[in-house]
Design a protein around this ligand. Structure first.
Ligand SMILES: C[S@@+](CC[C@H](N)C(=O)[O-])C[C@H]1O[C@@H](n2cnc3c(N)ncnc32)[C@H](O)[C@@H]1O
Length: 260
């Protein structure tokens, strides 16, 4: 969820810089792609699929799943971070903002978007996705809900009043935005997924490595030693019986369709 062109530029820059380390760090993202693929298979497109858009494709890790599901289709890989897109090979690449798609109306039969839309204004991005989707076309979206990184949000609240974790929209907001864009919501599911690490530094590194740190409100001064100790002490309360610290991702899966 961005709050204007300046923060959008920072999000784009953060993902551009994270591209090199993204695939090793993005374990939760991989798990969510697998869940989204199963969800998509449960709500298939009812028209022939000749072209699929991966909106916010990152390094293109979903393209193999999409090719397996739609072997005859052309797959368009779209992302606004050039560093991410540079890692995609073998498919048409489009460097563009999801909220302003350089694509003709109705030109894709299906669309997939995994963990990109939470960085967008739902109403704008869904209107664009609805526009490029052919009538009868299907969309499968994974995004994040308000419980995401709740452990981190609570731990930071013991330190200061700043917003260290970006806010995420609830499912009803996505549902309403999809409806306003003219999309029919076929199904909405909510599922939790956890990133795990032996200590808080490693956990924060994994969140940061995927470009998902709080970049919406500009650069922040590093935490002082006392604040860091309070943060670590609070997070210790979350340690699981297997000895690992969790960071929860509250995943919202949406299957949509553009009515005929
Ligand atoms: C967490 S990554 C997910 C990448 C990929 N879908 C995956 O499953 O691994 C989010 C991606 O969305 C892209 N993104 C975020 N906001 C975007 C926007 N407004 N327009 C285009 N791409 C965007 C980022 O550059 C990044 O590559």
């Amino acid at each position: 969820m961005t709050d204007g062109p300046a923060s959008k530029a920072r999000v784009r820059q953060a993902f551009h810089r994270a591209a090199e380390r993204y695939d090793q760090a993005a374990l939760v993202q991989r798990e969510i792609r697998v869940r989204l693929a199963a969800f998509a298979a449960a709500y298939p497109c009812t028209r022939p699929v000749r072209r699929v858009l991966d909106a916010g494709c990152g390094t293109g890790q979903a393209l193999g799943l999409l090719a397996a599901a739609h072997p005859a289709a052309e797959l368009l890989a779209l992302d606004f971070a050039p560093g991410m897109l540079a890692r995609v090979a073998g498919h048409p690449r489009i460097c563009a903002d999801l909220e302003h798609l350089p694509l003709a109306a109705g030109c894709v039969d299906a669309l997939w978007s995994s963990l990109a839309l939470q960085w967008c204004t739902p109403r704008l991005a869904l209107a664009e996705l609805a526009r490029v989707l052919h009538p009868g076309g299907a969309g499968w979206i994974a995004t994040l809900g308000p419980h995401t990184l709740h452990e981190l949000r609570a731990a930071f609240a013991t330190v200061d009043a700043a917003e260290h974790v970006i806010p995420f929209h609830p499912p009803e907001h996505w549902q309403a935005a999809a409806g306003a864009a003219g999309l029919r919501v076929r199904a909405l599911e909510r599922t939790a997924c956890a990133a795990l690490a032996p200590d808080l530094r490693a956990l924060l590194r994994s969140i940061k490595a995927i470009g998902a740190q709080s970049v919406g409100h500009g650069p922040r001064a590093p935490l002082g030693r006392a604040a860091w100790r309070r943060l670590e002490a609070d997070y210790e309360n979350r340690r699981r019986s297997d000895g690992l610290l969790p960071a929860t991702y509250d995943v919202i899966l949406l299957a949509v369709e553009r009515p005929q």
